[in-house]
Ligand binder design. Structure first.
Ligand SMILES: Cc1ncc(COP(=O)(O)O)c(C=O)c1O
Length: 482
């Protein structure tokens, strides 16, 4: 491999020294690992699981191999500086919020932000100025963020400290980040982008434009979602003078483990090395595979595979071609049931479903054989359900944003009590409610529960959706502020 991998090299060198080892971790390389696990996983992976030593550096104060590894990553992504994250994009989002807005300060947050942004709001005490995301009535998805709306919000709330944005979305829908960045910069404030689903876009012309190329000030990316890094391995990039680097660094030290996994960090380094060397080729193959798949699924009666028709609507300026959105409005079945049947009967795992659509993700790790199986399974399923009466389309939409009576932090720490969900309308929630996946809160702590929210959540409950947030996962009860 010609891309440099200083951390992996140092770890191999460290393992080769066969030191007497009297420190953490306790398993002493492979010696203390359960033998069945070793039989299955192999020995060498455990030799990478070491801790901070003069040879292996320290993520919280990098000075040699981790610093060099992060520098190589920054160069690959076009950032001023990059940070390895071992608690996922979750800690990247939390840290971006914490670095930009403190107790009582305002930050613009779109209503499609992941629940980790809410965690950042609770940690920082910042006051969110929520704004609605444009909605695609067909196929029933939250879509893009309009720069004009951000500008409007900034006119009424001129003292905002930062703008937060999500692009691409889980479904690969991209907003005009460049115009949103320009709007934020006119006010001298940074644009923070949750790019959890976009790290691969930096390595192929066939994929949408990236946050950093469009002048975002910072972005967090789940490399584990879109490339060869292990689960929890993410990146945070900084390219700005509008963010206090010291505060960002300090927030990262607060939100990340003091024992960051060297296996995860190495997986980040090696995934980036692969992207540097082979990203263009890998992603060209993935896009080609996704296009062929889309064409085949599009021919199945009753199914529609959505892509180009979404661009140019609801502030969507581009779409990641490797996110395959299949809409089932043409036949009488829900996306949830299709996802379940694919899993139960066809050994196929889809990423996510809603009542009308199922999302499939293609990466360079997929095979033509898997795609063929998916097409056969969807054809078999399509034949099982009758055509849907067009008048019977499921109504979808997102309820209007409720009024914020307390900041998320105030509500989270306030005295609270459980009330039956049936009796919650009109009360102030102490918890968030985020249907999962995707983990986008529909109700934040501190918001007054409206009849619309109540009905929306009730219909999701009846569809068997899971919720993150409430202590009572079944949502029979919700905690409300006293
Ligand atoms: C848009 C978005 N942001 C952030 C996250 C959190 O990322 P991670 O799982 O890497 O912590 C997710 C996870 O699904 C996500 O979809």
């Amino acid at each position: 491999m010609s891309a440099k991998t200083p951390l992996f090299d140092a770890l191999k060198k460290y393992a080769a020294t066969s030191r007497g080892y009297f420190r953490i971790p306790g398993h002493r390389f492979e010696r203390g690992i359960n033998s069945e696990l070793i039989d299955y996983a192999g020995k060498n992976i455990f030799k990478l699981d070491v801790t901070e030593t003069p040879l292996t550096d320290d993520l919280h104060h990098p000075g040699n191999v981790i610093a060099e590894s992060q520098r190589i990553t920054a160069e690959a992504f076009g950032a001023d500086e990059s940070f390895y994250l071992v608690n996922g994009t979750t800690c990247g989002n939390e840290s971006m919020v914490m670095a930009s807005a403190s107790e009582g300060e305002k930050i613009i947050v779109p209503r499609n932000a992941h629940k980790s942004v809410m965690a950042g709001l609770i940690l920082s005490g910042a006051r969110p100025i929520y704004f609605p995301v444009d909605y695609l009535e067909y196929p029933g998805l939250q879509a893009g963020l309009s720069a004009a709306k951000v500008e409007e919000v900034l006119k009424t709330e001129p003292d905002c400290k930062a703008v937060f944005a999500v692009s691409p979305t889980y479904h690969g829908l991209c907003s005009d980040i460049s115009s949103i960045a320009e709007t934020a910069h006119k006010k001298g404030i940074p644009l923070l982008v949750d790019e959890a689903h976009g790290a691969h876009c930096y390595f192929s012309e066939l994929l949408p434009n990236t946050a950093l190329a469009q002048n975002a000030d910072a972005c967090a990316q789940s490399l584990h979602k879109v490339a060869g890094a292990l689960t929890q391995s993410s990146l945070l990039h900084l390219k700005s003078t509008l963010i206090d680097r010291g505060r960002l660094d300090s927030a990262l030290r607060l939100t990340m483990s003091t024992s960051p996994s060297y296996i995860l960090m190495t997986s980040l380094e090696m995934a980036v090395a692969d992207l540097i060397e082979n990203g263009g080729k890998f992603w060209e193959g993935a896009v080609e595979m996704a296009e062929a798949l889309r064409e085949r699924i599009g021919k199945i009666p009753g199914l529609t595979c959505l892509h180009e028709e979404l661009i140019g609507r609801a502030s969507v300026v581009d779409k990641d071609p490797t996110r395959i959105i299949v809409n089932f409005d043409g036949i009488d079945v829900t996306g949830y049931l299709i996802k379940k049947m694919l899993y139960d009967e066809f050994q196929i795992d889809a990423e996510m479903a809603d009542s009308r659509n199922v999302l499939f993700i293609i990466t360079f790790g997929n095979s033509a054989e898997e795609c063929g199986r998916l097409v056969s399974a969807l054809s078999a399923l399509s034949a099982r359900f009758p055509k849907k009466d067009p008048g019977k389309h499921l109504k979808s939409g997102i309820p209007p944003i409720p009024s914020m009576e307390l900041t998320p932090r105030q509500a989270y720490f306030s005295a609270s009590k459980p009330v039956a969900w049936e009796k919650a309308v009109g009360l102030i929630s102490a918890e968030m409610i985020a249907p999962y996946p995707p983990g986008i809160p529909i109700l934040y702590p501190g918001e007054r529960i409206t009849r619309d929210i109540y009905e929306f959540v009730r219909s999701m409950k009846s569809e068997g959706r899971h919720f993150h947030g409430p202590a009572d996962h079944s949502l029979e009860y919700l905690r409300v502020c006293n």
